[in-house]
Design a protein around this ligand. Structure first.
Ligand code: PEP
Ligand code: MN
Length: 241
């Protein structure tokens, strides 16, 4: 069985102290990746928008591999200098101009490409070709939940997407369980389901104090909950990285 990559970290970079605390936790667990947003595409312009380039500077000091979202072409170069991978968020899956620029400007830099919340798998795979045909095929596809009539979760995690994408493409599949769930209590079950379905990677939001988080507090695991989940995930016998 291949490795299971865990992209863990806060919804957003909030401070140096917050990042140091999460970084130590991830490192102590023997994991290698930190996720954290600095350019936050929020539903409301009145919500916390991320620390922008100041946040990127904090992220660049992290002694782990890092991944952050890019929302505009002008951010690509700075993110490539500061981080180890680029994320394209759900809201930008159909921003074809951005996808083309990512393809052209990033060579084989890893790109985590999220599914649009209302996109079919076929539309998602097709959109990924805007990146690959413009020069970068180092793509990780990330399922993050879709909109359905069900409203007891933030989005409906489409577990079927994992085997379907594996059948239709050669790209690794990541599952972002946190944005799908919208509720930290549901995250461990969804993470185990994703691994059982064959996911190559998981994205999990983790915060030292979720109640005080500036964004997505209800869905973020605290450090103790994250440690417990990692212990549970080790039972699948995959090497966690
Ligand atoms: C995120 O991962 O920070 C994020 C905003 O997720 P999504 O694009 O899936 O909503
Ligand atoms: Mn978030």
């Amino acid at each position: 069985m291949n490795n299971l990559t865990i992209y863990a970290g806060p919804c957003a970079v909030e401070s140096k102290a917050q990042m140091r605390e999460i970084e130590s936790c991830i490192k102590d667990l023997g994991l290698h990746w930190m996720r954290a947003g600095v350019f936050k595409p929020r539903v409301s312009p009145h919500s916390f928008q991320g620390l922008g380039y100041d946040g990127l500077e904090i992220l660049s000091d992290c002694r782990l591999n890092t991944i952050t979202e890019v929302t505009e072409t002008s951010q690509i170069e700075a993110v490539m200098n500061a981080c180890s991978a680029i994320q394209i968020g759900s809201r930008n899956m159909t921003n074809y101009a951005l996808l083309k620029d990512i393809g052209k400007k990033t060579m084989d830099f890893p790109i985590l490409f999220k599914r649009g919340m209302s996109a079919t798998i076929s539309e998602w795979l097709s959109a990924s070709e805007y990146i690959s045909t413009n020069g970068n095929s180092n793509i990780i596809l990330c399922e993050r939940g879709i909109r359905t009539f069900e409203d007891s979760t933030r989005f409906t995690l489409d577990i079927s997407a994992v085997p379907v994408v594996h059948k239709q493409s050669n790209y690794p599949v990541c599952v972002d369980v946190s944005h799908a769930a919208g509720d930290s209590d549901l995250v461990p079950s969804l993470a185990c389901a994703a691994v059982a379905a064959g996911a190559d990677a998981l994205m999990i939001e983790v915060h030292p104090n979720p109640m005080k988080a500036l964004s997505d507090g209800p869905q973020q695991l605290n450090l103790i909950q994250f440690e417990a989940l990692v212990t549970r995930l080790r039972k699948f016998g995959r090497k966690l990285i």
